[in-house]
Design a protein around this ligand. Structure first.
Ligand code: ADP
Ligand code: DP6
Ligand code: CO
Length: 325
């Protein structure tokens, strides 16, 4: 019997990953850059044993259906191949983050599973290799291997596509990300299907590709010079462009809801009042507000009033993957 357990935190992209060049290997069209956060995470245990006749997958104490289990099985196959074994496994995972709601559960979930497999099978993969493996489960998961600011180098094949930490002189410690929970239920269009439809059908997609490198350059400059305004403006612009591409997809779709617009508007109002803060959104209606710790309380107060206390969750920069027990 081989057993391993790991914890991984979610990450939110400041420069988004949006579109795959290779679906099977999960190679992205563009580099992305994220911040790992401390408020949401996944803990996953995996046990490989000859006592199992099939893989089983428990998420939040519920045995998952065939479809969800198959996804996990295919991911486990990568590790079984690496270890040269064929043992079936039991995967027991707890999401301390709403699942499939645009809050990056696939990032923490697949990173934690990768870490658990590495430990269980004593593969001794270093963090860069672990990032490559996590990528095969969900693209954004490759960034959750590391804490703080992280860049996913798109690469050109399986070996060259992985994430790595971005040197930042602890700039991330000055920052907070306030999550406005607008809807924590499962979204209608998964990240995977949303980006596929966009790549295949959106006439705006080329516009995304044409400008994402420039945004990435600016964002890295902002980290280097600890320029919060440049960081926030670049993040906000990049996120809006990503969401713009979905409107020209066929059929068109959007992850925004009326409350998302309300939250975005409140961020703009705060800026007018002289409080520097900026928003981003992922594949879901929830809004994330980036702010310096020095202005955190104003942002918290505004959103608690506008929504409710339960809907406002504050995160700071979080750590990389950890092996537990
Ligand atoms: P999110 O915005 O939460 O990342 P996605 O559409 O990208 O939403 O991914 C959701 C999918 O990620 C789930 O349907 C499931 O397949 C996978 N996932 C989420 N949490 C876990 C977990 N703890 N272990 C394994 N897979 C997970
Ligand atoms: C909008 O990593 O969830 O959050 O690779 O298909 O599993 P798959 O998708 P996923 O996509 C994340 C998209 C995003 C932007 C980002 O996190 O960079
Ligand atoms: Co995801």
């Amino acid at each position: 019997m081989f057993k391993g357990k790991a914890r991984a935190y979610t990450n939110i992209a400041l420069i988004k990953y949006w579109g795959k060049k290779n679906e099977a290997l999960i190679l992205p069209m563009n580099n992305s850059l994220s911040l790992t956060l401390d408020a949401f995470y996944t803990e996953t245990e995996v046990i490989f044993s000859d006592s199992y006749i099939a893989d089983e997958f428990y998420l939040d104490d519920t045995l998952q259906d065939e479809k969800a289990t198959k996804k996990v099985s295919q991911f486990l196959d990568l590790f079984r191949k690496e270890a040269g074994i064929s043992l079936k496994a039991s995967v027991i995972s707890q999401n301390f983050v709403p699942t499939a709601a645009g809050l990056a559960s696939s990032a923490s979930g697949l990173a934690a599973l990768a870490g658990a497999c590495n430990t269980a099978l004593k593969l001794g993969l270093d963090d860069l290799s672990l990032s490559r493996f996590a990528r095969r489960g969900s693209g954004s998961a490759c960034r959750s291997i590391f804490g703080g600011f992280v860049e996913w180098e798109k690469g050109h094949d399986d070996l060259s596509s992985y994430a790595k930490p971005v040197p930042s002189d602890s700039f991330e410690d000055d920052l907070a990300m306030v999550f406005i929970l607008i809807n924590d239920q499962k979204k209608e269009v998964s990240s995977r299907n949303g980006m596929r439809r966009t790549v295949e059908t959106s006439s705006f997609y080329q516009g995304w590709l044409d400008s994402v490198e420039g945004d990435l350059y600016q964002l890295k400059q902002a980290i280097k010079t600890k320029d919060f305004q440049l960081l926030g403006e670049t993040m906000e612009r990049n996120g809006l462009k990503m969401h713009g591409t979905t409107l020209a997809a066929q059929p068109p779709f959007t992850y925004w809801s009326p409350d998302s617009l309300k939250a975005m508007d409140a961020v703009r109002q705060l800026r007018k009042q002289g409080i520097p803060c900026y928003f981003t959104m992922d594949a879901g209606p929830n809004v994330k507000v980036l702010v310096e710790n020095s202005h955190l309380s104003e942002v918290q107060e505004t959103f608690t009033k506008l929504f409710s206390k339960e809907q406002v969750i504050t995160a700071h920069a979080g750590p990389g993957i950890a092996i537990i027990e």
